[in-house]
Design a protein around this ligand. Structure first.
Ligand SMILES: [Fe+2]
Ligand SMILES: [Fe+2]
Length: 165
């Protein structure tokens, strides 16, 4: 059996450089108080990436990992509840970021300092929140969670992952 937790670590490694590129584009635009076409492209592509690849990652953790972990260690007062809450918060924040990017796009050719500042506010929040969330999971899945799951728990996670394709 391949290590089912490795899939989650690997996803995090794929997500991190996309967040760094997004942050870099935000910084460049904020420094001149204007988002050029290249930066707006990064904003849009980041949003698409988050809504597809990152949301799919969250769904796989919600469906394949959290139920098995909950059966082992419970939900309340454990990281299971924290992870589930973080996922909801990430989805909410991406909704706000999407609205902010749409507002910026509508004023792409006009002065758009206020719109850019909103994109930056939600963008930086997402970069930091998601970054901390993944660090939390990496530490938890690499230690306490792996031990709590045990052989049978890991098998269960692997089976659920396969079911979802
Ligand atoms: Fe997660
Ligand atoms: Fe994750």
């Amino acid at each position: 059996m391949a290590d089912p937790l490795a899939a989650f670590f690997q996803d995090h490694e794929t997500i991190r450089p996309r967040l760094r590129a997004f942050e870099k584009a935000l910084d460049a635009a904020m420094n001149r108080e204007r988002a050029e076409a290249a930066e707006r492209t990064v904003f849009r592509e980041t949003l698409v990436f988050v809504r597809t690849a990152v949301f799919e990652h969250l769904r796989r953790e919600d469906r394949a990992l959290l139920p098995t972990l909950e059966a082992k260690i419970g939900r309340f007062g454990t990281l299971v509840n924290v992870i589930a809450y973080d996922h909801d918060e990430i989805r909410r924040e991406v909704g706000k970021l999407g609205e902010a990017i749409a507002a910026l796009e509508a004023k792409a050719d006009d002065p758009h300092r206020a719109e850019l500042r909103e994109v930056n506010r939600h963008g930086i929040f997402l970069v930091q929140y998601l970054g901390l969330h993944m660090a939390k999971e990496d530490a938890f899945l690499g230690g306490e969670a792996r031990i709590a799951l045990g052989e049978d728990g890991l098998r269960d996670v692997a089976r659920r992952l396969e079911e979802r394709g």
